[in-house]
Structures are given as structure tokens and as C-alpha cells.
Write a protein that binds this ligand. Structure first.
Ligand code: PLP
Length: 484
């Protein structure tokens, strides 16, 4: 049983909650004596047929009885329900604890890369490759041609070089790991020059100053929050400087009087002083985002062409693949990283390797990528297509007697990509009914298939951009269920 406020209110399914302390000492004793015996409940028809492990059911029964006891002692319960009601409550608890964890949800928020919802959804091919790699032996580190030990990321590196023009490539656990490895390998013990406007925190735990500390680097901040000039970097370089670094401000935008140094200029400065230049570009799209109306998102190939020595980005943001950190750049630096002890600790697992290979394969033909990768499908969805999809969802709801309408909204990319960007989209706006939008939202979150939407001005909105075509029927069923 859950604890905390509302503990006894949760018991109202199996008891009569008084809501205030009215019972006498005598009542309390009588009620306590009526709490059924654990063994007896475990043999009751309701629990005897449960498919859940007995230990899980037993824990749940004990938990429910303990909560009952505490609520009786607190005088908040006036009566105890029958054994069957108690067993049903225990079974509910047992199911909740046994099946707690990651579950598929329907994303009606319109946020394509939602960090709390697992960021990019893999393509069917990529997900299938991960499943195959997981459930069978594979040539993960075996060279079938040579008949000897091989490299787990060789094919990934080949794809990445081909797709971006990089001299060398490396793949690790995520972009935070990539930055950690890069700085540890090329800048440990020295200073890293970064603009004050780029000392970002991303996702609540990736904080540039803290990563520096972890890598045994000293952060040398230059410029101001809104303006940093090349002369600021020039003035900061000294004999302890190991690298110049640029970090994409993925999740915020500074507007107004701003000035930042381009990667070209920084790379030129790096070359003249013999220092490697690093760029953490954040999202790492492999197709140009301008075609979807999104501007200001750095493109890995551009960064390399502009002279960056080392570029890093995430695999599960705009790239549309699994969680991974991708490092591109000069062989001489990437070699240092591969030899670093951290590389082994930060390496990718076989499911990631398989899924990322398949994702990159899709990019060999950009048109195919757009038809195959959910992130690109969602980004490129045309307004008239979204409108038609919203109308279909609306119709299914209307057929079930639910009051709703189709409305125009804006979706966002989310997850530290293209901050401030808005994509015109369509949503079904549901009239919430009893309890208001918050109550509907809660019922939908706790349903058989959890649905997440947005509450706007007391209406419940489901942006269809992020709802998979195959889930439209399921979404309608879930909403209908929530109204029962
Ligand atoms: C998202 C992001 C990170 C963190 O990437 P993960 O893959 O989540 O570890 C680091 N730097 C920038 C600029 C980012 O946008």
C-alpha cells in the first residue's frame, strides 16, 4: 500500500472511511480483532487463482492488512469490508508492484523528443535489429571474414564517416559520456576555454562546469552570458590551455543583444595556437532541419568542414536512433580516446550497436530515412495530413459520445533540440467532464494503455503529430475508457 497523505482514503474500497477521528477505544479494539488472518486470505478464491508469484501476493496482502491496522488505530476507519474486497485490493497492489517499470505510452503531448518518454522512437527496422541482437549470438566482436576477433563498432564508424565526411568516428553510451571521454583524453590536467554563454545544463544533470571537474580539467570561462568575442578566447589562451570548446545551447535561446564566435573563427584560432577545437553540437541531425522549418540546429558535417577537430552529439535526439554518444573528428584525437580506460567503461552494448547500425543504414538514402525513422516522419508530417489524422481521432471519440473538437496547436521538438521552435499541428481538444482536465489527465495516465496529453485552459489536448498511426484506435479506446 502506498503511504503518506490519503493513505486511509485509499482504503475506502475495502472499508468505510470516516474522514475524521470519531471512533472510540472500544470500536478500535473490535475493528482490530476483525482484521482477517493472512493465511486465510491467501487461500481465498480470489488470490488462489492469481498468476502472480505467491511471494508478491503475500507481500501485498501483508501490506494491505498493515495499512488497515494503521488506519484503524488512527481512528479513520469506521468499518472493514469483507475478505473478498480486501483480497481484491491486495491483488491490485500486487499487480502494481509486480508490473512496475517501463511501459509503452501514447504520446499526445506533441513533443517529438520527450526526455521523460524515452526520446527518439526507433524505426521498426532498428527496433527489430536490437531484438535480434539481444536474443541470439551475434558477430558483435567477431570478424566473420578473418575468422578472428573484430571490433564492435567498426561498421558504425564506417557509416558515420561515410555520412558526415569525418576522418574518424567513435560511439559511446551517450553524449554526456562522449564529452567526458573527449575531455579526459585531450584536456586532463589543463584548461578548457568555454564561453560564459555556453555553460549549459541539459536534462537536469549534464552541466558543463561539473563535467570539466570530473575530467580533471579547469574551466576557463570567457566573455559574458550574452556576448563573447574572439578576442576573449585569444586573451584566455596560455601555456596551460589544452583545448577550445564550443557547446550548443540546445535547450535555451538568448535573444536581444548577443554575440558568439563561430566555429570557423574558433577553429582558426585553435590552428594558429596548436590547440584542438571541440564542438558539442547536442542533437546531431543527419539531415538538414531547415527543410522542416527548424533553424539554428548545427549540422555535424558543417562543423567538421568549418574546422572543428572533435564533434560530439547524441544518438537519440534528432538523429532518431538509440541512446548513444557519437564522436567525430581527427584520427589523432580519436585514437587517444579509444586507448583511454574510460572508453571501455563507456562503450555501447550490442542492442545499441545493432539499432544504431540500422538507423544509420536508413540515412544512406535520405528519402528512405524520412519514410522510416519516426523522428523524421513526425517532423515532416504536413499540416493537412495531421488535420486528417486529428479528424479521424475526433470521429472515433464522437462515435463514443465524447465531446471534443479539432483544434490547431503547435508541436515542439523537445529534448534540447531547436529551442523555441514551433511546428503547426492539429490536436483533438476534449471537454474533460466531471473532475475537470486534471482528473481526466490522471485517469488517462493510469489506464491500461497510458496516454499523455496537454492541459490548456481546462481542456485536454491530444496533439496527433506524436501519436503513431497504429495507435489512433487505441488512443480513442483509452479516452473512451477514461470517461466510463
Ligand atoms: C543533450 C545534450 C547533451 C547530453 O546528451 P545525452 O545524450 O543525453 O547524454 C550534451 N550536450 C548538449 C549540447 C546536448 O544538447
Amino acid at each position: 500500500m502506498t503511504s503518506g497523505p490519503g493513505l486511509c482514503l485509499n482504503m475506502d474500497i475495502i472499508s468505510h472511511v470516516t474522514g475524521k477521528e470519531t471512533s472510540t477505544v472500544n470500536d478500535t479494539e473490535k475493528l482490530l480483532r476483525r482484521i482477517p488472518n493472512v493465511d486465510k486470505l491467501m487461500h481465498s478464491p480470489v488470490l488462489a487463482v492469481s498468476e502472480l508469484p505467491r511471494t508478491v501476493v503475500l507481500d501485498a496482502v501483508r501490506g494491505v492488512l498493515e495499512t488497515l491496522r494503521r488506519c484503524i488505530l488512527a481512528g479513520e476507519i469506521a468499518d472493514i469490508g469483507d475478505d473478498e474486497a480486501i483480497c481484491r485490493a491486495a491483488l491490485e497492489e500486487a499487480r502494481a508492484s509486480y508490473f512496475a517499470g517501463v511501459r509503452p505510452v501514447i504520446n499526445g503531448t506533441g513533443v517529438i523528443l520527450h526526455s521523460n518518454l524515452g526520446r527518439a522512437c526507433l524505426s521498426e527496422n532498428a527496433a527489430g535489429a536490437a531484438v535480434r541482437a539481444a536474443g541470439s549470438f551475434s558477430s558483435l566482436e567477431y570478424d566473420l571474414e578473418a575468422g578472428e576477433r573484430g571490433s564492435r563498432t567498426a561498421a558504425l564508424e564506417t557509416w558515420l564517416k561515410k555520412l558526415t565526411g569525418a576522418e574518424a568516428a567513435l560511439v559511446v553510451n551517450n553524449n554526456a559520456a562522449a564529452v567526458l571521454l573527449i575531455l579526459s583524453a585531450v584536456a586532463a590536467g589543463g584548461e578548457v576555454v568555454v564561453s560564459r554563454g555556453e555553460l549549459v545544463e541539459i536534462g537536469g544533470s549534464f552541466r558543463v562546469p561539473e563535467i570539466m571537474e570530473q575530467c580533471d580539467c579547469r574551466l576557463r570561462e570567457v566573455g559574458t552570458t550574452n556576448k563573447t568575442r574572439l578576442s576573449d578566447y585569444e586573451a584566455a589562451v596560455n601555456e596551460n590551455t589544452r583545448t577550445l570548446m564550443k557547446v550548443h545551447t540546445s535547450n535555451f535561446r538568448v535573444v536581444g543583444f548577443t554575440e558568439a564566435v563561430s566555429i570557423e573563427s574558433l577553429a582558426a584560432l585553435g590552428r594558429s595556437r596548436g590547440l584542438p577545437v571541440i564542438e558539442d553540437i547536442g542533437s546531431g541531425a543527419l539531415v538538414r532541419m531547415e527543410k522542416y522549418g527548424l533553424t539554428g540546429e548545427p549540422f555535424a558535417a558543417d562543423s567538421l568542414a568549418a574546422g572543428a577537430d572533435i564533434v560530439s552529439f547524441s544518438g537519440d535526439k534528432l538523429l532518431g536512433g538509440p541512446q548513444a554518444g557519437i564522436i567525430l573528428g581527427k584520427t589523432k584525437y580519436l585514437k587517444l580516446m579509444k586507448k583511454h580506460p574510460l572508453y571501455r567503461a563507456l562503450r555501447v552494448d550490442k542492442m545499441t550497436v545493432a539499432a544504431l547500425e540500422e538507423t544509420l543504414r536508413a540515412y544512406s538514402d535520405p528519402d528512405r530515412a524520412e519514410l522510416e525513422l519516426p523522428v523524421l516522419i513526425m517532423l515532416s508530417a504536413a499540416p493537412e495530413v495531421l488535420r486528417e489524422k486529428a479528424e479521424r481521432l475526433y470521429k472515433l471519440l464522437a462515435d463514443n459520445g465524447i465531446e471534443a473538437e479539432v483544434t490547431q496547436v503547435f508541436s515542439t521538438t523537445g529534448s534540447g533540440s531547436v529551442p523555441g521552435s514551433e511546428l503547426p499541428s492539429y490536436a483533438v481538444s476534449v471537454t474533460p467532464g466531471d473532475g475537470g482536465a486534471a482528473a481526466l489527465d490522471r485517469r488517462l495516465r493510469l489506464g491500461e494503455t497510458p496516454v499523455l496529453g496537454r492541459i490548456v485552459k481546462e481542456r485536454y489536448l491530444l496533439d496527433v503529430r506524436t501519436i503513431f498511426e497504429k495507435d489512433i484506435g487505441k488512443t480513442a479506446a483509452a479516452v473512451s475508457e477514461a470517461f466510463k
